[in-house]
Design a protein around this ligand. Sequence first.
Ligand code: GDP
Ligand code: GDP
Length: 438
Amino acid sequence: MSKPIVAIVGRPNVGKSTLFNRLAGERISIVEDTPGVTRDRIYADVEWLNHSFTLIDTGGIEPNSDDIILSQMRKQAEIAIETADVVIFLVDVKQGLTDSDHEVANMLRKSHKPVVLAVNKVDNMIQNNMDVYEFYNLGLGDPIPISAAQPLGLGDMLDKVIEHFPEQETSEYEDEVIKVAIIGKPNVGKSSLINKILGEERVIVSDIPGTTRDAIDTPVTIGEDKFVFIDTAGVRRKNKIKEDIEKYSIVRTVAAIERADVAVLMIDASEGITEQDTKIAGIAHEKGKAAIIVVNKWDKIEKDDKTMNKYLKDIEFKLSYMPYAPKLFISALTGQRVHKLFEMIKLVAQNHSLRISTGLLNDVLYEAMAMNQPPTDKGKRLKIYYMTQVSVRPPSFVLFVNDKELMHFSYERYIENQLREAFGFKGTPLRFMVREKQ
Ligand code: GDP
Ligand code: GDP
């Protein structure tokens, strides 16, 4: 189950940033350590009691210079409604109730999204109490007095927010179901691909299980094999605000990747590999997911016998941290090679949960060390006593050594390559931990 998403909406100067920073504390951005991903202050992880959620600040949108406050607020509210599980609607006790507050309240009410109405700048709970009652007029239930600056009342507010979170389930799908997230920047062809897949004759789209949250996923069966495409609602959504939510779509992408086993990263052949592609791929890599790189719109470009190689070279260079990912050149429009995708998904999912016995692992390790001795530093040689696999999804290994400092990145990479040669592991990242043992 991915983390719930909470959005803060409100007029300029009501205190959105102050509240955001107060709640976010030092726990910033979920993806800051991902290669190529710069830290983005528009969202943060928050923990409250036993719950954690992702908070987004829709105030991060830059209004166009001629944008009036109201249209900016409408946009914000649309984004929040599209993206979030719970919306915090922030108003200001000092400014009182305004027309634009009413307008936004109407939008929020119509959306049927859970809304928590928080009245900010109630720095003195006794003195300001009467002024808070005015906000009952918005028809959004009890207004909760807070002061983001002091801070006051934030606990009560968060309690209300958490009440609206979807029930936590221990396990969403049975173990044999392969969870797939189709990811990529807007307009790369994600929804076209999903529609093509669902239109295939052998693909049976299953009934969607009960809970509302699951309705965003699409489970399918092909023969004996069960797959579920994660967050297809977000992917297939088609409307005018799609572009506006681009900036926030990364939050959905991260949530989808977290729930998936396999990430299918789509690239637009007519645009080549862009910085946004490397960001998104970096998230899948960082989260340890199996990955497939799909170059889409292959029908659209001029080709000769060198074109595919040129793309492969470019991928190798720009997505150098994921050489394990198999590549597929498709057209979601014509359906070219789309049928190959399922075999590939199955293969990488198997490798993602592959377990190798300690005996076999160490046979490979000792042979690797015999062929290419471990490095030395200041006369001391690295000794690797043995290794063992500690987990799957992705396969993770512990290497027991005499001195951690002596383990160079290049030698670790060498061992990784030897393991890949021996056991395959196509499509999955591998993780290594080095432990000292006397
Ligand atoms: P935003 O435009 O909605 O993001 O609002 P800001 O967070 O930038 O806050 C606008 C102003 O209100 C700033 O001067 C804040 O210091 C002030 N402010 C925010 N929260 C409180 C509060 O709880 N009490 C008081 N008195 N001022 C606050
Ligand atoms: P999404 O935003 O990633 O879901 O992208 P869409 O599936 O909405 O596709 C964006 C645009 O690209 C649409 O106009 C599609 O018709 C077009 N498109 C998608 N796949 C292909 C393809 O394989 N070839 C060509 N020529 N166009 C495509």
